[in-house]
Design a protein around this ligand. Structure first.
Ligand SMILES: Cc1ncc(COP(=O)(O)O)c(C=O)c1O
Length: 380
């Protein structure tokens, strides 16, 4: 869809895109200035493989503050985006045939990264009506002698769901008791709205089981720094050492001046975030209200990240037995010139994902176009 949207756009068509997986805001000025300063000071050489020591220490300190669990610099690896932290983790952790439980809908990279490490992704279903939270009873049925890890992503891409404390507590305790490594992808942790609060499984883990928890985080989403490619992993120091060995052979280190900018992001002012959150919240409300007003579509109010997962099963039935979320997304691009992502990509067939990291004006216009196109589909 993205490629087709780009091709149509290059032919001069006015495509509205709800497919973005990144903030539409610019990186705050003080962070850009820190990168400039680092460049001028000559911080343009290789750094330590696991990241600049000051940044590792800053990440540890921030994590301690946010999650209430002590962390030290040697429990941190700075990576080329949160994605590479996950990749390195699976490479270091998994033996061939090891199983990793991935709740669906899932972020696209988890199953493939597990496969790349020789592991076996085991997909665990969740339901919209249950806030897309994995239940202990579902997890229990999937754990085998080969299960090595469980991936939890809260707030979630693509559902926007944020785990409630009680359900997360039960799930974390069960997984840790079963000896699983709990991989917490917390890249959207700062982007939560209304009553919801982000809770980290790390802060729920019993003290003697903390070594089994691995946190992945970074600056991409919170600070609008997707292109800078800086993320990190926080976990048991031997695991961090193993990941560092692999990182050393793959990329040597994350980009030097991007690390210095990240240090500024963590230590600098955070006021901009309040404004961004208020804007995301308005966009979310607008998009969900307009989408739910379209006959044939339904979606829940997501509590975090910047995505809405929309149930399109009624529209698909009207299109005929061959119709899928992929053919619908294609048709919406052709007929409405609106780009959305088919839910099949996230293990959620019968849905489409819309991102509201775009202006309210585009949301109004794009959803109106969708309404018209869907009205026509249902009328035929
Ligand atoms: C759930 C989730 N985890 C990780 C990432 C990767 O983040 P980064 O850009 O820092 O590699 C993304 C990016 O879309 C994401 O949605």
């Amino acid at each position: 869809v993205t490629q087709k949207a780009a091709a149509l756009r290059s032919r001069g068509l006015d495509i509205l895109s709800f497919s973005a997986g990144e903030p539409d805001f610019d990186t705050p000025e003080h962070i850009v200035a820190a990168a400039e300063e680092a460049l001028r000071k000559g911080q343009t050489r290789y750094t330590a493989t696991a990241g600049v020591p000051a940044l590792r220490a800053a990440v540890a300190a921030e994590s301690q503050l946010a999650r209430g669990v002590p962390a030290t610099a040697d429990e941190v690896i700075v990576t080329v985006g949160a994605k590479h932290a996950l990749y390195l983790l699976f490479q270091a952790l998994l033996d061939p045939g090891d199983e990793v439980i991935v709740p669906a809908p899932y972020w696209v990279s988890y199953p493939d990264q597990v496969l790349l490490a020789g592991g076996v992704p085991v997909i665990a279903p969740t339901q919209a009506e249950e806030n897309y939270e994995l239940s202990v009873s579902t997890l229990e049925k999937l754990v085998t002698g080969r299960t090595k890890a469980l991936v939890l992503n809260t707030p979630s891409n693509p559902t926007g769901s944020v785990y409630r404390r009680e359900s997360l507590e039960k799930l974390t305790h069960f997984a840790l008791e079963a000896g699983l490594v709990v991989v917490c992808d917390e890249i959207y942790r700062d982007l939560v709205y209304g009553e919801a609060t982000h809770v980290s499984p790390l802060s729920l883990a019993p003290r003697d089981k903390r070594d089994l928890v691995f946190v992945v985080d970074g600056v991409s989403k919170t600070y609008a720094m997707t292109g800078w490619r800086i993320g990190w992993g926080i976990g048991q120091s031997d695991l961090i050492k193993a990941m560092t060995k692999i990182q050393g052979q793959e990329v040597s280190n994350p980009t030097s001046f991007a690390q210095m900018a990240t240090l500024k992001a963590l230590d600098g002012p955070k006021e901009f975030l309040k404004e961004w959150l208020a804007e995301y919240c308005l966009r979310r409300n607008l998009m969900v209200e307009r989408l739910n007003a379209i006959p044939g579509l339904s979606c829940h109010l997501p509590q975090g990240a910047f995505y809405v997962l929309v149930n399109v099963k009624k529209v698909l039935s009207a299109m005929g037995p061959e119709a899928t979320d992929v053919t619908l997304s294609d048709r919406l691009l052709d007929a409405a010139q609106v780009a959305v992502v088919p839910g099949s990509a996230f293990g959620a067939p019968g849905t489409i994902r819309l991102s509201y990291a775009t202006s309210r004006q585009d949301i109004e216009m794009g959803v109106a176009r969708l309404a018209e196109a869907i009205h026509r589909i249902l009328a035929t």
